[in-house]
Design a protein around this ligand. Structure first.
Ligand code: BGC
Length: 553
């Protein structure tokens, strides 16, 4: 049953990239046992729940986004029984757990795909995927000119000459969502996990399931191929899932990973009878500028319509970490489009500056109405590992582009829990599956826990405060007399002020007391100047004296 203010509407959800979170069995790969042992980290942070990246059986061609069996746990991560125990413990702590469901494609090791290879052209088994004859006199050319997201053609030829479609790597064949068996199968997969008690799903590539009729060539000049994404038919599939969720007498979340060509199109994904909530990725691509952030936030609020339809985020396992992105020298140039290619930027960041800005951006994000998704390690202020030795890289983007693009491994390096010891506390002896650079030790949880000025301490203070200060009230922009200062004002008298500039900004007395500052240098009540690249939360009982020209929602 979905209520008017669902639990997921204002939640802070922590993304657990399982293989890099904590290793419980000493093989160098994170797993459910490790997560369970370190679950108190999430409890201490004050998040409302976690989103678990795919942990189903998988040959790991794309680290779990190539699923061989949707109804089990990969032995490298644990067992179904361990999953059930973890879920029970998560619930005992009052947290929610979202699984990652990957409906666009499976793995070449999935029983259906193996059967399709065996059964041959024209078979019912092939009908569950997108098989086509090739082009050219001997059918040796792909059926169309589509390029895969990870590089190279989106088609691979099999032994009998047919080709199959894969929007991502060849190890990830796309399902044919016009096939009733595929529809029924996913209803059942959702029920399988809902019956175990999960609280919802993050839906991978939710805008990709249906392809343009006839699979026409893409003759346009830009890299976003509209025939592969955002087709009208996808919404009906989400509506069908919503009906499956409605069979359960509890409030369940579906949050979609959707990359439409324009954020205004998010609206048609986010309605209450469909996904209900979508990620808003525009903030990932903004340069550090008050005007750019304000415009992006306004677009997000408009796209969501109702605030709880939007899930704000500054990072995930597909993009460079925000400390590194925001540490770029100030530049009027816009950052390239926020698609998966964001992971391909070559940057020369100022890490210290990036950290200050990322802390300020966190306070801004938390002050917005809607859900907030955090990616593991951001609470430690971890920068991207840009100098990962090439021989350790594992991302299919790295392989598919012949090394031309580094890929996403740099944001997936296992977390540092302690300042020393094997794998910095990540593992009990094994070699972490991606090597941690020596400088990771500085960011260890154990070190930051004791330091009130650390990024971890800021997160641990801000999260519980957010729940108290920013509960469901309308948002307006306060007027600042400097263009590089932004003020989000909520109707209950709470303000988040962000200084995107470098010079201190005096906080007006009318905004009231300082509740929290992103910068350890202040402001303080004695010196109410907000430093550059910093944010503060303020609270007053007499909001009417504050000049607030525009109302947003
Ligand atoms: C996931 C990626 C994954 C891709 C293919 C994305 O949107 O977040 O990590 O590689 O889908 O499943």
């Amino acid at each position: 049953m979905v209520t008017s203010s669902p639990w997921w509407g204002q939640s802070v959800i922590y993304q657990v990239y399982l293989r890099s979170f904590a290793d419980g069995d000493g093989d160098g790969v994170g797993d459910l046992a490790g997560l369970r042992r370190r679950l108190h980290h999430l409890v201490d942070l004050g998040v409302d729940g976690l989103w678990l990246n795919p942990c189903y059986p998988s040959p790991q061609a794309d680290h779990g986004y190539d699923i061989a069996d949707y109804r089990d746990i990969d032995p490298a991560y644990g067992t179904l029984a361990e999953f059930d125990e973890l879920l029970a413990e998560v619930h005992r702590h009052g947290l929610k757990l979202l699984l990652d469901i990957v409906p666009n494609h499976c793995s070449v090791e999935h029983a259906w795909f193996r059967a399709a290879l065996r059964a041959g052209p024209g078979s019912r088994e092939r009908g569950r995927f997108v098989f086509r004859p090739g082009r050219g006199p001997d059918a040796s050319l792909p059926p169309n000119n589509w390029q895969s997201v990870f590089g190279g053609p989106a088609w691979t030829q099999v032994a009998d000459g047919e080709w199959y479609l894969h929007l991502f790597s060849p190890e990830q064949p796309d399902f044919n969502w016009d096939d009733p068996e595929v529809l029924a199968e996913f209803d059942d997969v959702l029920r399988f996990w809902l019956n175990r008690g999960v609280d919802g799903f993050r839906v991978d590539v939710a805008h990709g399931l249906i392809k343009a009729t006839g699979l026409p060539d893409w003759t346009g000049s830009h890299s976003y191929n509209p025939h592969m994404w955002n087709q009208a038919g996808v919404n009906a599939i989400h509506q069908r899932w919503r009906r499956v969720l409605a069979e359960y007498d509890r409030d369940l979340a579906l949050v979609g990973e959707v990359w439409p060509p324009s954020s205004s199109e998010l609206t048609r994904y986010a309605g209450p009878d469909r996904l209900g909530q979508v990620f808003y990725f525009d903030l990932l691509a903004q340069p550090w500028s008050a005007a750019a952030f304000r415009a992006a936030i306004e677009r997000g609020l408009r796209a969501g319509g109702v605030a709880h339809r939007i899930a704000w985020t500054l990072g995930n396992h597909d993009v460079h970490r925000q400390v590194t992105r925001l540490g770029q020298p100030r530049s009027p140039e816009p950052v390239p489009t926020p698609d998966i290619t964001l992971a391909r930027l070559g940057l020369t960041p100022d890490v210290g500056l990036g950290q200050l800005r990322a802390r300020a951006a966190l306070l801004l994000l938390l002050s917005l109405p809607g859900a907030v998704y955090l990616y593991q390690g951001e609470e430690l202020g971890l920068p991207e590992v840009l100098d990962l030795p090439d021989e350790h890289r594992q991302d299919p983007i790295w392989f598919r582009t012949g090394g031309a693009e580094k890929g996403r491994d740099g944001c997936r390096v296992p977390l540092p829990w302690t300042g020393d010891g094997p794998g910095l506390g990540f593992t009990d002896g094994g070699r972490p599956w991606l090597p941690q650079p020596a400088w990771f030790a500085r960011y260890a949880v154990s070190r930051q826990r004791e330091d009130p000025a650390s990024t971890l301490s800021l997160y641990r203070t801000a999260l519980p405060l957010r729940a108290k200060l920013f509960a469901n009230t309308a948002l307006r922009w306060g007027r600042a007399d400097r263009g590089d200062v932004l003020a989000v004002v909520r109707d209950n008298g709470v303000t988040c002020m962000v200084n995107f500039g470098d010079d201190p900004y005096p906080i007006p007395a009318e905004l009231g007391e300082i509740v929290l500052a992103s910068h350890s240098d202040g402001p303080t009540e004695r010196d109410r100047r907000l430093p550059g690249n910093a944010a503060a939360w303020l609270r007053t009982d007499s909001l009417q004296s504050v000049d607030m020209p525009s109302t947003l929602s």
